[in-house]
Design a protein around this ligand. Structure first.
Ligand SMILES: Nc1ncnc2c1ncn2[C@@H]1O[C@H](COP(=O)(O)OP(=O)(O)OP(=O)(O)O)[C@@H](O)[C@H]1O
Length: 303
C-alpha cells in the first residue's frame, strides 16, 4: 500500500482541519505495521483513505496496486474500524458464513473462526458475548474474505489485559500466513511488541518510521538526569551527545545519543549530583516526537 503526498482536509474555509497533511508511506506485503499518534494525529483519517471511504484532496493512495475502493470490493482488504454499529442478533457462525459468502475467495468458515479464536462461541449469539469476545468476532468478520491486508483501527481499545493478549495471539497467527496487518493503537507497548515497524503520525504527517529500537534511538537512546541543585540549565543543551533537555521536579533530564560523553562532560563541569543514567523508552521517544512544539522533521529508517 502506498500514500504519496496524500492530503485530506475537513471543514470549510475559516475552520479547516488538515487531518492528513502530505502523508508519504509505503508498506510492503507481509509487514505488520503499527500506526501511533496522539488524539487527532490523523490515524483514522489515513485509514479511511486507505480503505477508499474518503478520497484524498490531493496526492494518491494505492492499495495493492489498485484504487482503494476497487481493492476493497475485490476482497483484498478487510477492516475492523471503530464503529458503533449495532451488534447483530445472530450466532457467530451464522454471521461469519454470511460475510464469507460476500467474497469471491473466502476463507473456509471454520478456519476464519479458528484464526480469530472464536470457534468455541460459534453457536452463541453475538449480542450475548462480552466486549472482548465481540472484538474477536469483528476480527473474524475482517478476515472472512481471506484478505491480503487487514486494517484495524484501535482494535484493543476496550479490552482488558487478558483479552488484549489473546487478541494479539490471533492477529499474529493471521500475520504469520504472510498477510499484511496495519493497526492503530495508543498502547505503545502493544506497538513495540506486535509490529515489525512503527509509524508515528503527528499533525497528519509521518514523523518517525522504523523499528521500536530505531525510534527510541531517534529520540536520543540515552537518558541522563541530574539534580539541578539551584543551577541553571544554560549550556546543558550543548553538552556532547545531548539532543534535548527537560526540567522535571528540580532535575534536568537530558536525552542523549552518547550517554558516556554526556556524563564525562557533566563530571567536568561538576554537575553530577543525583546522577542517573538510563535508556529512553518508546514512550519518551513518542512524547518528544509528538510534542506540540515538535518540528515535523522526519526520522526514517530504511524499511
Ligand atoms: N469527518 C470529519 N469532519 C471534520 N473533522 C474531522 C473529521 N474526521 C476527522 N476530523 C478531524 O481531523 C483530525 C484527525 O482526526 P483523526 O480521527 O484522523 O485522528 P486520530 O489520530 O484517529 O485520533 P484518535 O486517536 O483520537 O482516534 C482531527 O482534528 C479531527 O477532529
Amino acid at each position: 500500500m502506498e500514500f504519496t503526498a496524500a492530503v485530506k482536509t475537513f471543514g470549510r474555509a475559516g475552520s479547516t482541519v488538515r487531518a492528513v497533511d502530505g502523508m508519504d508511506l509505503t508498506v510492503g506485503r507481509g509487514e505488520t505495521v503499527a500506526l501511533l499518534g496522539r488524539n487527532g494525529a490523523g490515524k483514522s483519517t489515513a485509514i479511511s483513505l486507505l480503505l477508499g471511504l474518503n478520497d484524498p484532496d490531493s496526492g494518491t493512495v494505492r492499495l495493492l496496486g489498485r484504487a482503494p475502493d476497487r481493492a476493497v470490493r475485490a476482497g483484498l482488504a478487510g477492516a475492523m474500524l471503530q464503529d458503533g454499529r449495532p451488534i447483530p442478533r445472530v450466532t457467530v457462525g451464522e454471521l461469519i458464513r454470511f460475510v464469507a459468502a460476500l467474497y469471491p475467495r473466502p476463507l473456509p468458515v471454520a478456519e476464519a473462526l479458528a484464526l480469530a479464536g472464536v470457534t468455541e462461541y460459534a453457536d452463541r449469539r453475538v449480542d450475548k458475548l462480552s466486549g472482548g469476545q465481540v472484538q474477536r468476532v469483528r476480527f473474524a468478520v475482517a478476515l472472512a474474505g481471506d484478505p491480503e491486508l487487514v486494517v484495524l483501527d484501535e482494535p484493543t481499545a476496550a479490552l482488558d489485559v487478558e483479552a488484549r493478549r489473546a487478541f494479539w495471539v490471533s492477529i499474529r497467527s493471521f500475520a504469520e500466513r504472510g498477510r499484511t496487518v496495519l493497526f492503530s493503537t495508543h498502547h505503545l507497548e502493544e506497538a513495540d511488541g506486535n509490529a515489525d515497524r512503527i509509524v508515528v503520525l503527528h499533525r497528519g504527517r509521518v514523523v518517525a518510521d522504523g523499528s521500536g529500537e530505531a525510534i527510541k534511538r531517534s529520540a536520543g537512546g540515552g537518558l541522563v538526569s541530574v539534580d539541578l541543585a539551584g543551577r541553571s540549565t544554560a549550556g546543558l543543551e550543548s553538552l556532547p551527545g545531548v539532543v534535548g533537555v527537560e526540567v522535571r521536579g528540580g532535575r534536568a533530564q537530558l536525552r542523549t545519543d552518547d550517554s558516556d560523553a554526556t556524563v564525562v562532560e557533566l563530571a567536568r563541569i561538576g554537575a553530577v549530583r543525583g546522577l542517573q543514567v538510563g535508556r529512553a523508552t518508546l514512550e519518551d521517544a513518542f512524547l518528544s516526537l509528538t510534542a506540540p512544539t515538535a518540528a515535523a522533521d522526519t526520522v526514517k529508517e530504511a524499511a
